[in-house]
Ligand binder design. Structure first.
Ligand code: FAD
Length: 679
């Protein structure tokens, strides 16, 4: 065990390095564990410091960005003095030209209003002025915004400077060390397991950019960006471009040495490497349209990188589920800009002086808040961030609400609920189904569609052994719409379940779900009642959470076990209603109720439900979701039953949110007794 320092930072990209330096300057001892310095998105970026050109709306994110932009000049001065290196910081302003066809874009019209309200400058330049301001723009540019306070930095030079500064100050940087698991006990990180042994510190900071959800079930996904650079010809008149051009889906960033950076694509392709002809062609076509002279400049370099994106495109900053672990990730398109403020806020939080701004960037915004008294808290439970997320919200299908109520009422009702959020991923359907026990693949396919479910659990072992009904599963369902929940059915011990969970992750990857780290954990030694082993389940859950899985454990309805599983970091708990496949319904309602009351993670009632009335009952009790397989697969008409279960899940949820009347011991007349006609 390497007992290191006050603070151990996982990830040595721009965010990790900036935090390390800030902490070191405040007197802490700091270690950085960095898998690969060259892998960091910080090297791939364009280095724009562009809160205004990016069109960030008024609100906490704009405040964060503007505060960071303001910190830049002093931060850079300090770093350059410390190292003697240059970072290429250049407060050159950013010009955002607009083509005729875009002139009506409301986000552009709002630029002035946002600038006024945030105390920044933004100036509209009409056609004649903008072409005078910047010679050589495309002839169809009809005007544009000038943001004089936006700036740029040479992000490669800056990252190198940060590295040297950290070393100069005595930060211990361990490059080539990959953190494999964060070991937690009782909401405390006790150590991190790495490629070179275990490390320990008082505080930990996760700053692993796009790779963050390999270590914790937080919703950070890679968003690939392709870039290229050209070299402007030597010119006696100086640089042809002296300010950043920020077009639509394109930017052109001139450096002071004549290099010109052109970016960037935005692709949801996981960690797929390389530049592609299509990506490069797209960038060049847009760049040449905006600044035609570029077509003759020398091509210098192509590269790509992975932005750390969250569903709402805001960073995840501050406290985590563990008291001594802080999160500094998900900076998406603005990590270079946000480095100095992130460093400051994280250092303040470690010093127990968290800035109130951090509240807006908490990881908990992706986790469901359960209404304690349903009707009163309805509005609060529908988090706009989760609802507006386009990346992770799967399409709503077969919703009862879309068919059953008029449009206005429907809008009112749908706003009552927020999506089901599991490990940061949002789902509209609260019914999960399975693939087992169907009489035919066609029955299974149609039932999945009829149920409206967005999560389907698949037994990894049955797929591996090509058990009946599990051949051709890859083609049987549309895995771009259905989220796979690999399960460890058939595993009798924790060790087996852990092994099968790892296979499940690979299986999901093969189906194109690169970022799927979900596993439904089943450890079932008993073959008669198929009851789960609580100790084996807890052991396996602990290990799988450390390995970065989002664990959904199948358990007996034991409230204490449910709490322990939540404490070790499980993404949900899945108590059974009655033994698997028994169709006995909910036999342990009192215990499930206690689990629901105490859980901070979604409670999914799993197993034993036989009829839609039982599905509705579980949802009325406040369960977050249901998993139903046998009752659908073995029904006489599985497709009709699937639909019925889907409707029941929605009806039960709506009833829970609506708040049922209390049960009274006496009658209460439906019509008023006052105002009746008496003789
Ligand atoms: C094409 C492109 C253009 C961009 N342009 C801009 C821009 O103009 N302006 C701007 O502000 N931002 C821009 N960004 C975004 C910016 O680059 C990122 O937001 C920023 O780099 C994120 O910093 P980070 O330190 O969190 O992650 P990274 O810089 O990616 O660093 C993460 C580091 O963590 C390490 N790591 C990961 N997992 C582990 C592990 N398990 N153990 C140990 N180490 C680990 C990685 O090896 C890596 O070195 C751009 C990004 C891209 C890809």
């Amino acid at each position: 065990m390497n007992t290191t320092s006050d603070v151990l930072i996982i990830g040595g990209g721009i965010v990790g390095l900036a935090i390390a330096i800030e902490l070191k300057l405040r007197g802490a001892t700091v270690t950085i564990l960095s898998r690969d310095f060259k892998q960091a998105a910080a090297h791939a970026a364009a280095g724009m410091l562009a809160p205004q050109a990016e069109g960030i709306p008024l609100g906490p994110m704009l405040e964060l960005c503007l505060r960071s932009r303001q910190l830049y000049p002093n931060w850079i001065r300090k770093l350059e003095e410390l190292t003697g290196a240059s970072t290429g910081y250049w407060p050159c302003g950013i010009l955002a030209p607009v083509y005729a066809a875009e002139a009506e874009r409301t986000d552009l019209r709002e630029a002035a209003a946002i600038a006024r309200a945030s105390g920044t400058e933004a100036q509209w330049l009409d056609q004649a002025v903008i072409h005078q301001y910047q010679a050589g723009l495309g002839s169809d540019v009809m005007g544009g915004w000038w943001f004089p306070e936006d700036a740029q930095v040479d992000n490669r030079a800056l990252t190198q400077t940060l590295w040297i500064a950290a070393q100069t100050l005595g930060v211990s940087i361990q490059d080539g060390v990959s953190v494999q698991a964060i070991q937690q006990q009782q909401r405390q990180v006790v150590s991190v397991q790495t490629s070179v042994g275990d490390w320990q510190a008082k505080h930990y900071v996760l700053a692993t950019g796009a790779w963050s959800n390999e270590l914790l079930p937080i919703p950070v996904q890679p968003r690939k960006g392709q870039m290229l650079a050209v070299q402007s010809p030597d010119s006696a008149a100086g640089l042809p471009l002296r300010r950043v051009l920020f077009g639509s889906d394109l930017y052109i960033v001139p450096r002071q040495d004549g290099r010109i950076i052109i970016g960037a694509t935005s692709e949801e392709v996981g960690f797929t490497p390389n530049n592609t002809p299509a990506g490069v062609q797209e960038l060049l076509a847009r760049a040449i349209r905006l600044y035609p002279a570029l077509q003759d400049f020398a091509l210098q370099e192509l590269w790509w990188g992975f932005r750390p994106a969250t569903p709402d495109e805001l960073p995840i900053l501050g406290a985590s589920a563990c008291t001594n672990l802080l999160l500094a990730t998900g900076h998406y398109r603005n990590g270079i800009l946000l480095a100095p403020i992130t460093a400051q806020l994280i250092a303040d939080a470690i010093a127990q002086q968290p800035d109130p701004l951090l509240e807006h960037f908490s990881w908990q915004r992706f986790h469901q808040t359960k209404p304690s008294t349903p009707p009163a808290s309805l509005a609060a439970s529908s988090t706009p961030a989760a609802l507006s997320s386009s990346t992770h919200v799967l399409p709503r299908s077969n919703s009862v609400l879309t068919h059953a109520v008029p449009a206005l009422a429907q809008a009112d009702i749908t706003t009552l609920d927020s999506p089901l959020v599991i490990a940061g991923r949002s789902f509209h359907s609260r019914l999960m189904t399975g693939t087992g026990k169907y009489r035919s693949i066609a029955d299974m396919q149609q039932s999945v569609v009829a149920s409206g479910c967005e999560i389907v659990t698949v037994a990894v072992r049955r797929v591996q052994t090509k058990a009946p009904g599990h051949e051709g599963l890859a083609e049987a369902l549309d895995w771009s719409k259905i989220w796979m929940l690999p399960n460890t059915a058939g595993c009798k011990t924790a060790e087996e379940a852990i092994r099968v969970a790892r296979l499940g992750r690979e299986m999901a990857k093969l189906l194109g779900q690169e970022d799927n780290n979900f596993v439904k954990l089943e450890v079932i030694p008993d073959t008669k009642y198929l009851l789960p082993d609580p100790i084996g389940t807890l052991e396996a859950a602990e290990q799988l959470v450390k390995e970065g899985f989002a664990v959904l454990p199948y358990i007996n309805a034991d409230p204490l076990l449910a709490k322990r599983l939540e404490e070790v970091g499980c993404a949900t708990v899945m108590p059974l209603g009655s033994p698997i496949g028994s169709g006995q319904g909910i036999k342990n309602a009192a215990n499930i109720q206690i689990i629901i009351e105490n859980a901070q993670v979604p409670v999914v009632v799993d197993a034993g439900l036989g009829a839609p009335s039982e599905a509705a009952q579980a949802m009325e009790m406040g369960a977050s979701a249901l998993l139903i397989n046998t009752a659908i697969a073995e029904a006489q008409n599985p497709v009709a039953m699937a639909r019925a279960m889907g409707l029941a899940a929605e009806a039960g949820r709506l009833a829970y949110l609506a708040g049922r009347i209390p049960v009274k011991s006496h009658a209460s007349a439906s019509s008023p007794l006052t105002g009746t006609i008496t003789q």
